[in-house]
Write a protein that binds this ligand. Structure first.
Ligand code: FE2
Length: 264
């Protein structure tokens, strides 16, 4: 079982890069399952039904979200109808959509959980206690369990990795858009990386146009952030899972740049 997880897709440049890279990545890695974080896919903020359909048609099996889940109102037209699209599970009780799901690829079933951190982000239910509740259910039924921990603080993501080591197949961090070089299989068999990285312009600031970001830093005045249109990069991770135990055997970083170079 091989899972390819691709980090936060930002705006039209991110979508263009995903469309270009997916056939190359499928050919190179031959993943069983492909998962994408899509919370910045619509102009840098949120996702739309058209983008969800486009990603699924390109061979993506599951899409996770995060703190920008509700930024594009069109998401409400799909969030309750498309079980392959999930939002953080620790959103308040009664929130539309699913916080975890089971995605199917051929005969394989992977339980996919989306969580959001609470440090330097809006207050939510506790992601640690929430995932305990979810795993009470999922551990009985599923061998492969994959967690996207969408969080700002590296400490909260690392803590979640240790908390879930041996209880899930993988914990990958998203949200900060900068790929970290701490990919590892933890002692009890959970693949872990603090941040997968992003897909979008590498000439902006975390995928957004740098002029507006600089203006806010330099003046403190509000400025509207828009997705940058520069040359793209694509970041992800490739994770191999043992088909008997469901535990991780290997995790490697995936990086592609607009000049077509793949770094392993
Ligand atoms: Fe985010």
């Amino acid at each position: 079982m091989r899972i390819l997880f691709i980090g936060d897709v930002v705006g039209s440049v991110g979508r263009k890069a995903l469309k270009y890279c997916l056939p190359i990545l499928k050919d190179k890695y031959k993943p069983t399952v492909i998962i994408v974080n899509g919370e910045n896919a619509a102009g840098g903020k949120g996702i739309t039904p058209a983008i969800v359909k486009e990603m699924l048609a390109q061979g993506v099996h599951g899409i996770t979200l995060g703190n920008h889940t509700w930024d594009n109102k069109e998401v409400f037209d799909i969030i309750d109808d498309e079980p392959r699209l999930i939002r953080p599970a620790n959103f308040p009780e009664g929130t539309p959509g699913l916080g975890y799901t089971v995605i199917k690829a051929g005969s394989a079933e992977v339980a996919l959980i989306n969580l959001q951190g609470r440090t330097f982000l809006p207050p939510l239910d506790c992601p640690f206690r929430k995932v305990d509740d979810i795993l009470d259910e999922l551990n009985k039924k599923y061998k492969y369990i994959f967690v996207d921990m969408h969080a700002e603080a590296t400490s909260e993501k690392i803590a979640m990795g240790w908390y879930l080591d041996g209880r899930v197949s993988a914990v990958v961090g998203t949200h900060t858009h900068v790929q970290t070089h701490d990919e590892q299989v933890l002692p009890r068999g959970t693949a872990y990386v603090t941040d997968v990285g992003m897909v979008g312009s590498r000439e902006g600031v975390l995928g957004m146009e740098r002029a507006a970001v600089l203006k806010r830093f330099l003046t403190g005045l509000p400025s509207r952030f828009i997705a940058d249109e520069g040359k793209w990069m694509l970041h992800g991770v490739c994770i191999d899972l043992n088909p008997q135990s469901g535990r991780a055997q290997n995790i490697s970083l995936v990086r592609m740049y607009e000049n077509d170079v793949i770094f392993d």
